[in-house]
Design a protein around this ligand. Structure first.
Ligand SMILES: NC(=O)c1ccc[n+]([C@@H]2O[C@H](COP(=O)([O-])OP(=O)(O)OC[C@H]3O[C@@H](n4cnc5c(N)ncnc54)[C@H](OP(=O)(O)O)[C@@H]3O)[C@@H](O)[C@H]2O)c1
Length: 240
């Protein structure tokens, strides 16, 4: 039986992917995916709501509320402990601190890099090692259009996203030999809790998180011979 792990599952893009899967779980099971998943984020209450919804859809669901900075490989270890394997990892957990280049602090740098770079590296390394043993697996990582386009106010965020992209591109050099699919998802502005309070006029310029999730879920449904290597999604009107 297949096992899916989603980080950042409690809110935003990660939550929307879970809800997209739960909208029509049969579509996924018919394609040999599920019926087991492990959801990770920091806030347990977010995860327990999703667990209830998953179990109502006959999907076995474990939750792991922790900070990936403290335990970056725990989602993989827990998935193996509960289910014995991991077939898909969708890594959505990520953070951003924004401000003028001259105002960003060393603490902002540490906060951003610990999650987006350090924890991402260790999590992906751990997932990859298990998938290599299985000679099969799929990893999807949400970077950003900020992994390819520089934005003012985003010096640290762009640095961390360019770094994630670098890691993914190196991993893909190995992954092609090991029959592991790696997809980098590069969304543009998507309305999620990450943005905090924003005026309606700005929300209207962003993508709806459900649309981003729909595109990501469709990548999971692709057959075994093709891999979506980069999935770029932008608001119809372009970057904000
Ligand atoms: N929204 C956008 O416009 C946009 C655009 C491009 C790329 N992205 C990227 O997409 C990813 C998801 O963003 P989002 O907008 O969905 O953010 P979000 O709404 O803030 O949700 C982020 C999720 O990740 C979890 N998380 C964050 N840091 C974590 C950590 N250290 N350990 C464990 N869980 C952690 C959060 O858990 P808690 O809430 O429990 O802390 C939350 O469930 C990020 O990598 C972001 O950079 C977002």
């Amino acid at each position: 039986m297949k096992t899916l792990v989603i980080t950042g599952a409690g809110k935003g893009i990660g939550e929307a992917v879970v809800r997209e899967i739960l909208r029509d779980p049969q579509k996924f099971s018919e394609n040999g995916l599920l019926p087991r998943m492990l959801l990770c984020s920091r806030t347990e209450a977010d995860l327990l709501k999703l667990k209830k919804a998953a179990e109502a859809a006959s999907i076995q669901c474990e939750v792991l509320a922790l900070d990936l900075v403290q335990a970056p490989t725990a989602p993989i270890e827990e998935a193996i402990r509960h289910f014995g394997r991991i077939d898909q990892l969708i890594h959505c957990a990520g953070v951003g601190r924004f401000g003028h280049f001259l105002d960003l602090t060393q603490e902002d740098l540490k906060f951003t890099f610990q999650t987006n770079i350090d924890a991402t590296f260790l999590l992906l390394q751990s997932a990859y090692a298990q998938m290599k043993k299985q000679q099969n697996g799929q990893i999807m990582v949400v970077t950003s259009v900020a992994a390819e386009v520089p934005f003012k106010q985003s010096a640290l965020y762009c640095m961390s996203k360019y770094a994630q992209r670098g890691l993914i591109e190196v991993m893909r050099q190995y992954a092609r030999e090991d029959h592991i699919k790696i997809t980098e998802v590069r969304p543009g502005a998507t309305y999620t809790p990450m943005w905090g309070e924003v005026p309606q006029s700005q929300q209207d310029q962003m993508m709806q998180v459900e649309e981003v999730a729909k595109a990501m879920a469709s990548v999971l449904l692709l057959g075994p011979s093709a891999s979506v290597e980069v999935l770029t999604l932008r608001p119809v009107g372009g970057d904000l």
